[in-house]
Design a binder for this molecule. Sequence first.
Ligand SMILES: Cc1ncc(C[n+]2csc(CCOP(=O)(O)OP(=O)(O)O)c2C)c(N)n1
Ligand SMILES: [Mg+2]
Length: 548
Amino acid sequence: MSRHGGKLLVDQLVIHGADTVFSVPGESFLAVLDGLYDSSIRLITCRHEASAANMADAYGKLTGRPGVAIVTRGPGATQASVGVHTAFQDSTPLILLVGQVASDQIDREAFQEIDYRRMFGPMTKWVAQIDRTDRIPEYIARAFTTACAGRPGPVVLALPEDMLSSESDAADALPFHIIQAHPGRQQLEQLRGLLARAERPLAIIGGAGWTAGAARNIRAFLEANALPAGAAFRRQDAIDNDSPSYVGDIGVGINPKLAARVRESDLLLVVGPRLGEMTTSDYKLIEPPTPAQTLVHVHAGAEELGRVYRAELPILSGMEEFAAAVRDVRVEPRWHDWASAARADYEEWQQPGPTPGSLDLGVCMVQLRERVPDAIVTNGAGNFSAWVHRFWRWREYPTQLAPTSGAMGYGLPAAVAAKALAPHRTVICFAGDGDFLMSGQELATAAQYNLPIVVLVVNNGMYGTIRMHQERHYPGRVVGTELANPDFAAYARAFDAHGETVTQTSEFAAALDRSLAASTSALIELQIDPDAITPWTTLSAIRANALT
Ligand SMILES: Cc1ncc(C[n+]2csc(CCOP(=O)(O)OP(=O)(O)O)c2C)c(N)n1
Ligand SMILES: [Mg+2]
C-alpha cells in the first residue's frame, strides 16, 4: 500500500495510541494535515504554539502516554520550545513534530530554517530529522518508546517537506511498549531492613510516571506502615491528601514545621522525584551530595540516581512497578507519634490565617474545595500558586497540572487539554494577572471546541513574585514589575465566556456557583490586596525586614 509521508506518519500515531493532536498549522506540514483529514485523531487547533506544546504536556501528564504537538518551522518551533522545556524538567512524555525545509534547500538558511538538533539538543531526550519517507514508522516508534522509557521526556522530530509529500509503501510498525525497570527482591528486603531500624522516617512522593493504581498502592503501603509522606514540588496528587499519611507539600513555601521534620528525619524514602532545586529548597533542605538522613531514592531513570545525592539504597524502578512491589512490605512502626504530629501540622497549615485586604484567597480556596473537591486543578507560575499548593487537597491521580519548570502561561492551555480528555470533570485553572495573559487567547480554543473550564485570575496588578524578590534584595526600588491590566471579566466575555469580578471574600461563593453553572467557560477575576504577597507574609513586611 502506497501512502504519502503525512498519511504514513498519522497512521503511525494512531497505531501508538494517539487520539488527540495539538497544533498551529503551517505550510511546512500540509501532508500531515492531509493525513489527519480522515484519521480517527482529534485535531485541536490552538492560537499559539506554546499553548499547543503545553497542551501536549498536559496530555502526557494525564495519560502517561506522549502528548503530540505539530508546529511549523522556525517561528512555530521557537514558540513551542517552552512546552518542550517544561516537558523536559517535568519528565513528561511529549512528541513535538516540526516542519522542516525541503531536503534540497537544507543548510542554506532557507525560509524559517533551523537546525533542530542544535536548538533542542539540551532540552530533549532525543531530537532527530526524518530524511527518508520509508523510515517514518521506525522514527515514530522510537519517538514513542524514548518519550516513555525510564525517566519520561520530550522528543522532537523534524519533517522535511518533500519527505512528507513523497510516497512510500513502507509497512506499519508494531505498537510501542512502555519500558520500565522493576525493583529487585533484594532491594525490597534492604528497604525493609532500613525502615525497621528507622525512628523518624519520612517519604517524599513525586516525579513522573504515576498512575491511579500506583497512587493507591503507595498509599496502602504508607498507611499500613504509618509512614508520613510529603509531596514533591507540584506533585501533590500522587498521594491522596486526605490520607492520614499525607503531611503536605515539600516545595516553594513549605510549611516550616514540615521543613524541620525533613531535617530531623533519619530516613528519607524518596519515591519518584529527582530531588531538584524546588523540592530541596535550593539544595539546602537536604544536603548534597551526602544527606544527613539515610536516603532511599527510587527513580525511573538510571542517570538520576547518584546525580546529585548519594543514596544508601538507590532503586531503579518505574512508579507502577515500585508501588506494586512495595505495597505488601511491612515493618513494625515505632513512629506513630512522629507521624500523627506531622499530619496535625498539615491540618493546621491548611487553616487560612489573617491576610490584608477584603478578599481572602485562602478562604476562597476552602470554599472551592467544598464545592468541587474532585476538580482537575491547573496553574502556571506566580505567587498566586502558593495558595493553591497550600490550601487545595488533591485526592486522586492525575488531577494536578502544574509546571515544575515554573513556566508562566501553562495553566490555561493545560486546562483546555484536561477538559478535552476528561469532559465530565470540572477543570479549574488558577492564573496570576501576569501569568494569565501569556496564554489568555486560548479561551478561544476552549470556545471553539466547546471545552468549558473555569479560570480564576488572581489580580494583584503586578508580576508579584518578582516584586517580592525585588523588595527583598533592592527594597523600595520597584522597577519593571507593575502591570496595567484589562478588565478580565470583559476580556472573557469577548470570548463568549462568563465573566465575573470579585473584590470581597463574601462575593466569591455565588460568583463561583454562577461560573460552575455556566454552559460556557467562565473567568473570575479575584482582585486581591497587592500587600498579600504570599499566604504567610506581606510585601510591606518583606520590605521592612530588608530595610532593617
Ligand atoms: C515564561 C516565564 N517568564 C518569566 C518568568 C519569571 N516569573 C516568575 S513568576 C513571575 C510573575 C508572575 O506574575 P503573576 O502571574 O501576576 O503572579 P503573581 O506572582 O503576581 O501572583 C515572573 C515574571 C517565568 N517564571 N516564566
Ligand atoms: Mg500578579
